[in-house]
Design a protein around this ligand. Structure first.
Ligand SMILES: CC(=O)N[C@H]1[C@@H](OP(=O)(O)OP(=O)(O)OC[C@H]2O[C@@H](n3ccc(=O)[nH]c3=O)[C@H](O)[C@@H]2O)O[C@H](CO)[C@@H](O)[C@@H]1O[C@H](C)C(=O)N[C@@H](C)C(=O)N[C@@H](CCC(=O)O)C(=O)O
Ligand SMILES: Nc1ncnc2c1ncn2[C@@H]1O[C@H](COP(=O)(O)OP(=O)(O)OP(=O)(O)O)[C@@H](O)[C@H]1O
Length: 453
């Protein structure tokens, strides 16, 4: 066989080669390839093996694994975005193909925009099976696998579930020590799932592959759904807030959402697909969907046992490379936003103590905050709140004696606040929980009061 060389522009097809799970070792293999090139093997390792699955759970696990195979393929497909997608070992129905078309199109929205690509009409999953019969129940037991990301959001969910006496296992994917520290700090049962990308992806990146953001929350969601079925539990809980459904408005392009797979459209579609195609008794939902980022920040300010452990700065989470000293780089959009969102709800010394400095008293940071405010720039491609949330938080600080003289706040009060309507200057309206969410009704009945206050 002649030596196959990765050539992004010559590749014709992306292949879902096969997937398999060894219940004895807990290792799942997800295998992909381009044309007749080498196999790209991603592995996901579930702790707790060996697993003994009865027939119902085995069938659900096969469906969950195939769904994970399809979702996780996005990391490799993006390297060449060829016009043809082939699925070798199994066939999917039209509903599954439609879900994947949506995920790849919107989840790669930022990737496509930054690379000047148009994926509309290009992403076409082949539907070659008749509509699947509705999935039966898999005998899953009441228990929540709660995703933890090391930041404030998942900690708010974990503490809310604890207050409701919901049995939960704090679950994360990958080897982050920061997430482990937060997970251990909860004192709850933990589950750390291993994930190893195919090493060839990094070779392809060096050889000129297309590269950029992928919908990582969808990948984590599919891994957790698979783990829930194998582990025999009935809920996967994420902490994606309402604000994640809104993207950046780009002149001439429209809306591009960096966090599309954290949004409500993905949650609703993925949850329904798990029930119809994997197991009728599997629930997937975000506990924070009713809340804005500011409302989540208000909840987080009421908990202080994670102050010395958590971080929302994504620079902690690179697979390779340097991490920020003291967990907060202090210059990225997430550091800017989280500082600003917590400031109205936390005593100033506590907040400055968490970050190790006052980001709002540093004039060099004005352009970063302007982007959050959608002032002369668009909202950054990051997991940050809506522009109106940032403007309301900043206006609130501008009215507080302890903040109003800080450089960024004072400049906001001088230049931007006079252009705002009165209704844009308060946070109260943004703290009201929304009723659009997928939280099971009895749980929401008990949560509503906690989140409204
Ligand atoms: C940590 C981080 O923000 N990484 C983003 C960064 O990647 P970089 O090259 O600087 O470092 P690595 O993360 O180590 O990635 C190395 C390469 O591997 C590719 N890759 C990684 C994970 C994966 O699941 N699939 C992959 O193909 C990656 O593309 C690199 O080539 O920039 C990349 C390009 O923009 C981003 O794709 C990296 O984002 C990670 C996938 C990641 O985990 N990011 C989360 C911190 C994140 O962005 N979360 C979102 C959630 C929104 C969503 O689900 O879409 C958020 O907080 O907004
Ligand atoms: N490595 C991971 N394993 C499992 N779930 C994760 C991982 N990283 C992030 N998540 C989950 O993905 C969702 C979005 O992540 P996000 O970073 O917004 O949340 P967070 O880390 O809890 O809070 P923050 O917004 O402050 O960073 C959350 O539910 C989070 O728990």
């Amino acid at each position: 066989m002649s030596q196959w060389v990765f050539d992004r522009d010559a590749i014709r097809a992306f292949r879902f080669v096969r997937c398999g799970f060894d219940a004895g070792s807990g290792v799942a293999q997800l295998v992909y390839g381009f044309d007749d090139g080498p196999e790209l093997v991603e592995t996901v390792t579930l702790p707790g093996a060996p697993f003994a699955l009865d027939a119902a759970r085995e069938a659900a696990a096969t469906q969950a694994l195939r769904l994970l195979h399809l979702v996780a393929g996005v990391s490799y497909y993006k390297a060449a975005v060829p016009g043809e997608i082939r699925i070798d070992g199994y066939a999917i129905d039209a509903a599954t193909a439609a879900l994947m078309d949506e995920l790849y199109l919107h989840g790669l929205g930022e990737f496509a925009y930054r690379n000047g690509l148009d994926l509309r009409g290009r992403v076409r999953f082949p539907a070659q099976a008749a509509a699947a019969a509705p999935a039966p129940e898999a005998g899953l037991q009441p228990h929540a696998l709660v995703a933890i990301g090391g930041g404030k959001d998942s900690l708010v969910s974990i503490e809310a579930l604890r207050a409701l006496d919901v049995a939960q296992t704090v679950t994360w994917i990958g080897g982050s020590q920061l997430i482990r520290a937060c997970a251990e700090r909860t004192g709850l049962p933990t589950l750390n799932i291993g994930r190893q990308l195919a090493a060839e992806l990094f070779d392809y990146n060096r050889a000129g592959a297309w590269n950029g953001h992928i919908p990582v929350t969808a990948v984590n969601s599919a891994i957790m759904a698979f783990a829930a079925v194998v582990g025999g539990v009935d809920q996967v809980v994420f902490s994606n807030e309402r604000s994640a459904s809104y993207g950046s408005l780009i002149e001439g392009t429209g809306e591009v959402n960096h966090q599309w797979s954290k949004g409500w459209a993905f949650e609703r579609a993925f949850a329904a697909h798990l029930r119809s195609h994997v197991a009728a008794d599997l629930r997937y939902y975000s506990l924070l969907r009713p809340l804005s980022e500011l409302a989540v920040a208000r909840q987080f300010a009421r908990i202080d046992q994670y102050d010395a452990h958590f971080s929302s700065c994504n620079r902690n989470f690179h697979l390779l490379g340097e991490r920020p000293v003291n967990r907060w780089c202090g210059v990225c959009p997430k550091c800017h936003f989280v500082f600003l969102a917590l400031a109205p709800f936390m005593p100033k010394p506590r907040l400055v103590g968490i970050f190790g400095r006052n980001l709002l008293d540093d004039a060099t940071q004005v352009p970063g905050f302007d982007a959050l405010l959608e002032y002369r720039d668009h909202k950054p491609f990051e997991c940050v709140g809506e522009g109106r949330e940032s403007r309301a938080a900043m206006a609130t600080l501008a009215a507080r004696p302890e903040w109003r003289e800080d450089a960024v706040v004072a400049r906001f009060a001088r230049e931007i606040a006079p252009q705002l309507e009165a209704g844009e200057k308060g946070v109260d309206a943004l703290l009201v929980p929304d009723e659009e969410h997928g939280i099971p009704a009895p749980r929401w009945e008990r949560l509503r009061a906690r989140f409204a206050d």
